[in-house]
Ligand binder design. Structure first.
Ligand code: COA
Length: 381
């Protein structure tokens, strides 16, 4: 008899968490008690990091202290930069990030220390160094020297500075900061679950984060922003959307990337915030082709019986692709941007898992043959 099975672990609760809550039926997301719609545009990424790690929004002195601690940890080892210079320039930036984070672990003397204090220090290091790694790779693959982080800048501003080696543009910085706030944590999503599975073996934080990056890379998860951007570029102009929708989606059954969600059966609140930013940035840049494509495609899906019946709405990746494109982030760099934010949530979940751990070890329902008779090699067909 088949054992009880939850395909895709849908609806399965694996842990208590104080970090975030996704209410998919009403399209609500809270971080540590605060509605994401109250945090976005009002709270910096560093404040959200403090909320996730320490359970409260910081006061001014606490925020200042966190900013200084993060800034001190932003530089990456020269040996890592040298290793990255040897990577093939055509490598996917998520593959580079996955390998760089794994490499980073070998340079951290506390890598194997699972104490709460060491884990907190590693959370700071990883959150501080991942933006430096991503910016360094953008430059290395373009044949440029990486730029060292500045001690006076926060995460979003430092990232923009290191990417362009120029005084960061405030519009770009605030768009990236909002993006980082909105991606920091999201319940027991696939990459967070991955990080908890590794941690549940008493595995170290670098292994857990390396695995989480691998999980985030897939187009059904974090890779959807890149896939959505490629789809918008394929359609290329608003006038082509209706035909594309009929031929590709209705005709060939292609999925619209950035639409649909395992938990949200209403509009993802992050998509509401990001669609406003996408609209504002396109007006500001006077470059609205891809925003118009995205908007028209979302409208067609919203009016289509198939999407209505299945409660398929734009998720966080849909308009975030337009926002990141508008501030000059290359399409294949979009998923690393997701990781740059989600490291705050992953590390908080890893610390939470360590505090109340039990090996995560589900079962499979065996459906292969049974009771076969063993035959010596020489007699096998
Ligand atoms: C996110 C996602 C993986 C959720 O998957 P899930 O909960 O396992 O849901 P399913 O894949 O079983 O989809 C349920 C139904 O909706 C359809 N569907 C889901 N997403 C769709 C999309 N983006 N476009 C068209 N149809 C879609 C499926 O074909 C399925 O239809 P069926 O019941 O007739 O078979 C899925 O919606 C998806 O692939 N979306 C596009 C990728 C994406 O944006 N991912 C980022 C998520 S934040």
């Amino acid at each position: 008899m088949a054992e009880e099975q939850k395909k895709g672990l849908e609806g399965v609760v694996i842990a208590d968490t104080r970090l975030s809550r996704v209410q998919g039926d009403i399209g609500k997301l809270i971080y540590g008690g605060y509605d994401i719609l109250d945090l976005a545009d009002r709270t910096s990424f560093e404040e959200v990091i403090h909320l996730l790690w320490y359970g409260k929004l910081p006061n001014a002195a606490e925020l200042d202290e966190l900013r200084r601690t993060l800034a001190a940890e932003m530089p990456i080892p020269n040996a890592l930069i040298a290793a990255m210079k040897a990577f093939p320039t055509a490598a996917h930036p998520m593959a580079v990030l996955r390998t760089a984070v794994s490499t980073l672990g070998m340079y951290d003397p506390e890598a194997e220390d699972g104490s709460p204090e060491a884990n907190q220090r590693k959370a700071i290091r990883l959150t501080a160094k991942i933006p430096t790694i991503i910016a360094a790779w953008a430059r290395i693959r373009a044949g440029q020297e990486p730029v060292a982080p500045r001690a006076d800048l926060g995460i979003a501003a430092n990232f923009v500075y290191m990417l362009h080696n120029a005084e960061p543009n405030p519009t770009e910085v605030s768009a990236i900061d909002v993006y980082l706030v909105l991606h920091a944590d999201h319940g027991m999503n696939a990459s967070t679950f991955t990080s908890r599975v590794v941690t549940s073996t008493d595995g170290d934080m670098y292994s857990a984060v390396t695995a989480a990056i691998g999980s985030l890379k897939g187009p059904k998860h974090g890779g959807a922003n890149e896939a959505a951007m490629r789809m918008f570029a394929e359609v290329s102009q608003a006038e082509s959307v209706d035909k594309w929708f009929q031929e590709e989606v209705k005709g060939k059954g292609r999925r619209i990337m950035g639409i649909g969600h395992r938990v949200y059966k209403a509009l993802d609140p992050r998509a509401i915030v990001l669609s406003k930013h996408a609209a504002a940035l396109c007006q500001r840049n006077n470059r609205c082709e891809l925003y118009n494509v995205a908007k028209r495609l979302a409208d067609l899906a919203a009016a289509d019986e198939y999407f209505i019946e299945r409660k398929l709405y734009p998720n966080v990746d849909y308009y975030s692709a337009i926002v990141l494109d508008a501030v000059g982030i290359a399409t294949d760099m979009m998923t690393p941007m997701f990781a740059m934010s989600r490291i705050s949530g992953w590390s908080a979940h890893i610390i939470e898992q360590w505090a109340d751990n039990r090996l995560i070890r589900p079962r499979g329902n065996y459906v292969g043959p049974q009771d076969l008779k063993w035959v010596p090699l020489a007699e096998r067909q």
